[in-house]
Design a protein around this ligand. Sequence first.
Ligand code: BG6
Length: 490
Amino acid sequence: MTEQKQALFTIFGATGDLAKRKLYPSLFRLFKKGELADNFAVIGTARRPWTNEYYREVVLESIKDLMNSKTEAENFASHFYYQSHDVSDSSHYVNLKDLGEKLRKQYKTAGNQVFFLAMAPQFFGTIAEHLKSENILTGEGFERIVIEKPFGTSYDTAKSLNDSLVKVFSEEQIFRIDHYLGKEMIQNIFAIRFGNLIFDNLWNRDFIDNIQITFAERLGVEERGGYYDHSGALRDMVQNHTLQLLSLLAMDKPATFTKDAIRAEKIKVFEQLHNPTDDELKKFFIRGQYHSGTIEGKKDISYRSEPNVDPESTTETYASGAFFVDSDRFRGVPFFFRTGKRLTQKGTMVNVVFKQTDSIFGHSLQPNVLTIYIQPNEGFSLSINGKEVGEKFSIAPISFDYETDATATGASPEPYEKLIFDVLNNDSTNYSHWHEVRASWQLIDRIEKLWAENGAPLYEYKSGSMGPTASDDLLADYGAEWVWKPEPKN
Ligand code: BG6
């Protein structure tokens, strides 16, 4: 039988999009599974003057596609309370404290508290300080804080944010979200790498030629132009998701499958990220911006014409490049990556390209490629060389595929559901440690600086393409090419 968890959740930013799209549905899924039952309550806070009744209606609306019965959903929503709150006004924390005390008793939450910061990052430090100064933190049960991305916009801003958090919370209590780490196939990398002798033994520079990481999006910036134009692809997707994924691919085998052992190995990778020389910096990293294009007969507008985007913006909507890890395992092996908006189709995947075998057949053979499909399809495939049926002896790659359309089957849990579950279990394996964030910003800052000084071209690419050809040229310099080449759909 599932043992239900005891906790009071306080959500800052309760009226926001993230709370409605991700947090409430994920809490509801945990409720349906019995992980949350009688002993939990949620305080939603934001500036708007909502009532509990209205708040519960919003919660019900956000879970309407998941509910089996009205009674079940209403029972769930009855655990939600709303407290209008100005995060920088100390007097408001008194109300929050009073309500928290009442709910802790009423729902027997054992003093456990989870604070979820789903709002503009400039307030994170203020909130943490007030939680302490206004004695909302009591030390009675566990007290954990979950921080949404972005964790800073540079090393300096990330550090000052972290400094303000560690004044109040220890690293153990801080859960920095990277929602990709909650994805099923990203977690599956542990199983693929460390659960199979064939990969476990070959996962190094003697056998792997290059690793390719693609995060392709079909959508443009949509209604997020205001945020994105100050961020760009490098900060939005590379500093966090790409480097986190890279660390899972590059890490050494942890001694045990435990949070501490895994974190220690991941941190090593971040600390061994190759610090490029100035020349390498120019050569290794490529940026692009989409202009208009037609896909399946529909016209996409250019990035500069998107709402809330500067018409002369030089923000990159595409970033690509090669990272290297200066470890014994992977020294010299390029980890190519590309990420962009308005590309040919949505697809997140990893291609591990093995070295070519010495051929006795009089011609070279295709390399073996292990592909890990992260989304929208989930699964993996392995291409190996085999004999084609027939009297002649010709060799062709054969692919072993295991793929499911997880969005269609709904088989995989929502990343947020897993991540919240992990917080309740004090499992930060799938969260970013400060040392990881620190090292990634230090590297990303160098690229940002070069780009801000216009030290590298900003390539235009057509909406619906796979980005600037400069990215293909980068791989060609290493005798490689992108394994995934989706057909343009003009
Ligand atoms: C977010 C970025 O972190 O990830 C977005 O801010 C991006 O720009 C999103 O669209 C992609 O996430 P997913 O889970 O939809 O692939």
